[in-house]
Ligand binder design. Structure first.
Ligand SMILES: C[S@@+](CC[C@H](N)C(=O)[O-])C[C@H]1O[C@@H](n2cnc3c(N)ncnc32)[C@H](O)[C@@H]1O
Length: 237
């Protein structure tokens, strides 16, 4: 039997455990994405809308969870939206609370995104790279470049290995290891900004900025897929 990837195995166990200690399914689904459903979602939405084109645009939200970001964007007519997550129950909740039948919500079980090339104007990974290993992040970045239109943006939040405030949010390694074994937590990682920048560049995008003082607890890296002219060498990057 093929072993399940750690993110599927651990997130499903975490969800089972959250169910045992939550008063309702809604509470379970909101806790599964870290809580702060409305407030954090609104902050994420403000960030995304500030970086998005003014014209209608297609947002791909990888690891959308129970719809924290999607819910905050649900009244934005200019947004067309595709959300992917590994937990079908969370996806179902997101779909239900957003009430946007024109939006797509789909479960995925690997790091391949079931969407065509050049489909999105922006792809976001909010608090997703915080749960993946370097090779998995690199795979997602190459998928992101494939599914973005030329000129489209990647927005990824992460815990920074060099930020002492982030260090305080991480329990000692043995405690975290035990929590994972018991199904009470999932893999959590802090990344070096330079590593993430290198992986982004290797995937073929131009790193525009890393927000280190933003409104979110995590840092946010923003990168852009070169335009067609840039790809053809007709413009300076
Ligand atoms: C901390 S939550 C953040 C959810 C959402 N992005 C937000 O900010 O509200 C992490 C989410 O990533 C999902 N996830 C974990 N590994 C994943 C993977 N390999 N591909 C897609 N989603 C994943 C989890 O199921 C969970 O919903």
């Amino acid at each position: 039997m093929v072993a399940q990837p750690h993110y599927i195995r651990e997130y499903n166990r975490l969800l089972r455990n959250l169910r045992k200690t939550s008063a309702s399914e809604t509470e379970t689904f909101e806790r599964a994405v870290g809580g702060g459903f409305k407030a954090t979602g609104a902050t994420q939405a403000k960030l995304i809308l500030g970086l998005a084109p003014q014209a209608p645009f297609h947002l791909i939200d990888v690891g959308c969870g129970s719809g924290r970001l999607a819910y905050a964007l649900r009244n934005e007519e200019r947004v067309s939206y595709t959300g992917f997550d590994i937990l079908p129950d969370l996806i179902g909740h997101a779909e239900k609370v957003c009430e946007r039948p024109d939006w797509r919500f789909d479960a995925i079980y690997s790091l391949a995104l079931p969407i065509e090339d050049d489909a999105g104007d922006m792809i976001v990974f909010m608090s997703v790279f915080t749960h993946l290993k370097p090779d998995e992040i690199k795979t997602y970045l190459s998928e992101a470049v494939r599914v973005l239109k030329p000129g489209g943006r990647i927005v990824a939040s992460y815990f920074d290995a060099d930020d002492p405030q982030h260090a305080k949010l991480f329990p000692p390694a043995p405690v975290q290891y035990l929590a994972r074994i018991l199904g009470r937590d999932v893999l959590r990682v802090r990344l070096k900004r330079k590593d993430l920048e290198t992986w982004m560049r290797d995937a073929g995008v131009v790193v525009e900025q890393a927000l280190t003082q933003g409104p979110l607890t995590q840092h946010v890296m923003i990168a852009r897929k070169p335009s067609t002219a840039e790809q053809n060498g007709q413009a300076q990057l």
